[in-house]
Design a protein around this ligand. Sequence first.
Ligand code: ZN
Ligand code: FE
Length: 291
Amino acid sequence: MFHDCHAAGRLAALTPHFVALGDMLTYAFLEDGMTKMAAEIRIFPCLNDNYGYLIHDPATKATASIDAPEAAPVIKALEKEGWKLTDILVTHHHGDHVGGVAELKQKYNCRVIAPHDKAKAIADVDQRVKEGDTVKVGSLAARVLETPGHTLDHISYMFDGDKALFAADTLFSIGCGRVFEGNYPMMWDSLLKLRALPDDTRVYCGHEYTAANVKFALTIEPENAALKARAEEVAKQRAANQPTIPTLLGEEKKANVFLRADVPQVAANVGMSGKGAADVFGEIRERKNRS
Ligand code: ZN
Ligand code: FE
């Protein structure tokens, strides 16, 4: 499935079956060789520094909100597109991710999907999902990945067909979530699970924290060329008031120090050469907490 105009342009030369969606050509090839419209994803700010997301299936008109920090910006984004909310895919129980669920459920009678772990209550849930489950949004499919650490119930949603990962507060661009309920080995395992996804996966995370994350990461890896390049890009994006999200997972693998705790140079840089990756990760996370 191709999102970028360059890839779509190449495909347009191969097939007459293309559709213009907004200013972007979007494609997907099904196994039977037919083309299918790719998912449309919208990003918009919520609360102070959260992001809201809509993912829309043009084939069925189904639309999901990934989390619901607050209802009003989600409703505004839906109305701007003329979409109707069919599903809310909740990642974890924190208020800045579920604060809008009740109002949206009331307004749209949408289905609410939430993590299997019920230790912390989430209101209005219709369906609980766990590792390996598939959530359908119309004809789009999301694979559920349990990614505990920030909270014990945290899950991420991977739309394999669209190479889109909604990682909420597990993985940020050049950062990761604070480890509130789990422990460092648990969070490191969750990050490894996300790191194993394809490099061309687009990562949609819960917050716009990238500028602060870059500043911190440079204190650990001042010589990392990919990080320095990302720092320049982020400075430009923020100066232009643009989101730094989505980010490509392949770039995060090179530049995000929290995905790099098993790199010998990173361990050396925090004075922990030869120590286990989860311990090195814990040290980096604690330094970030203090930064
Ligand atoms: Zn959270
Ligand atoms: Fe959050």
